[in-house]
Write a new protein. Structure first.
Length: 432
């Protein structure tokens, strides 16, 4: 079968498959009106069961049309998946990725290990491994099992598995926070085995809650907005791996030039010219005006008319999902929450007495009544007991109001997650 051929089902038998070339007269006579049929025609040679031909089929009718236009409905079961190349690339990306993500967790603007970088780099590394590795079977000692170093061309399934593995494994672990605090402030070093078991237990507990929540509070059932961008990239890379057109080659040259420029640019605000991190217009106009500095500064202030040319700030993970991968309503909700927090509650705390504490408004550290950083380590003696004398001298701890209402909204979100699906169900009930 040539590369330009297409497979269409034979409607006389639901399980049968009928193949014809792209220049066959019957194909010209067919009116491919649905998005699914157009998608199949553009993919080249595919084989699809007859019951997937129409959009009315229950297997695909509830999939959003935006997804059906991008995602392939064909599953080639002959493609390799769990291969030697997969394990090599997974180790290469997961180990350093987890280290980088954990180190970045201690930064104010947390930027995780980019999954898009893994998706792009792993594709080219997989193609190189498919070219360089020998086609040789390796036996596993003391067993009858064996594996092939190079089972064939680099497949899209291997590519997806490497990316999913990196997205799951090349991440930080929140359980590292109490372990780090114990050693930093209380001179309490955990045994590595205890630390690992503690971190694994946190992960497993999170997955357990996610499994329960997925059945009860996940609405809508298809959360496809962020995944669609990566899926479209998978589709494009898979097609270009098979046959890259001259136009695609030019597009890839542009892509690599842009990627190189972005990479070089990141060194400017990060190391060479930190001034680009925060362009505070009001602070330039009135550098000695305390009110203008608070309104315009992003460090402890409202950040009004403040711009940043640092990609770390633009794609700040702590601020929520990426704006480039979120639907419009999510972006509006995210901006509304920013306005409420930074432009309404923060000035109310600064000048209106909200919270009863006007110092350290946006810090996440404990402070004294006068606004200085609280020496937490002084409250613990060398025998890990409470130092009452130091506490009487230093006074009570204070938390910034921004940190307090962040904690409040985090816990309030749990209750809202339980209520929102009920609202959606009630609103969705047809009237009349």
């Amino acid at each position: 079968m040539s590369a330009g051929s297409i497979s269409v089902p034979h409607f006389g038998d639901a399980g049968a498959k009928h193949k014809c070339t792209s220049d066959h007269p019957s194909l010209k006579e067919k009116d491919l009106t649905s998005d699914v049929q157009k998608k199949l025609a553009l993919e080249g040679f595919v084989e699809v069961d007859a019951d997937l031909e129409t959009e009315d089929d229950p297997e695909i009718s509830q999939i959003p049309v935006e997804v059906r236009r991008v995602v392939s409905l064909h599953d080639d079961t002959t493609l390799p998946t769990i291969t030697f190349r997969y394990f090599v690339l997974a180790i290469i990306f997961v180990v350093p990725g987890a280290f980088v993500s954990q180190i970045n967790r201690f930064r104010t603007t947390y930027t995780p290990f980019s999954v898009f970088f893994v998706q792009i780099a792993s594709n080219y590394m997989g193609l190189w491994l498919a070219y360089a590795l020998p086609n040789r079977k390796i036996g596993i000692p003391l067993t009858k099992w064996s594996f092939n170093l190079n089972p064939g061309p680099w497949s899209v399934k291997e590519h997806v598995l490497v990316t999913v593995t990196a997205a799951s494994g090349a991440t930080s672990n929140l359980a590292a926070t109490p372990i780090t605090l114990g050693e930093l402030y209380f001179n309490e070093r955990f045994h590595p085995a205890v630390a690992l078991l503690f971190m694994w237990s946190i992960d497993l507990t999170g997955y357990a809650f996610a499994a329960v929540g997925r059945q009860l509070i996940y609405e809508p059932s298809y959360q496809w907005w962020q995944a669609l961008c990566q899926t479209a990239l998978f589709e494009a890379q898979a097609k270009q791996n098979k046959n890259m057109s001259p136009t695609a080659r030019k597009q890839f040259k542009v892509f690599w030039f842009v990627l190189l420029g972005i990479t070089l640019w990141q060194f400017l605000p990060e190391f060479v010219f930190p001034f680009l991190n925060s362009l505070a217009f009001l602070c330039w106009v009135a550098p000695h005006n305390a009110v203008a500095n608070f309104i315009g500064s992003r460090l402890g202030g409202m950040g009004f008319l403040n711009l940043s040319l640092d990609w770390t700030n633009i794609s700040n993970y702590n601020a929520g999902p990426s704006l480039f991968l979120s639907p419009w309503w999510s972006q509006v909700a995210l901006f509304a929450s920013f306005v409420l927090s930074a432009w309404v509650l923060l000035p109310a705390a600064k000048w209106g007495g909200l919270g009863g504490y006007s110092h350290c408004l946006m810090t996440n550290r404990a402070c004294t009544a006068g606004g200085k950083i609280y020496p937490v380590g002084a409250l613990v003696t060398s025998s890990n007991t409470f130092n009452e004398t130091a506490y009487e001298e230093l006074g009570p701890m204070y938390l910034g109001v921004h940190n307090l209402w962040t904690i409040f909204f985090d816990y309030a979100a749990f209750g809202l997650e339980e209520i929102t699906p009920s609202w959606v169900s009630i609103i969705s009930i047809p009237i009349g």
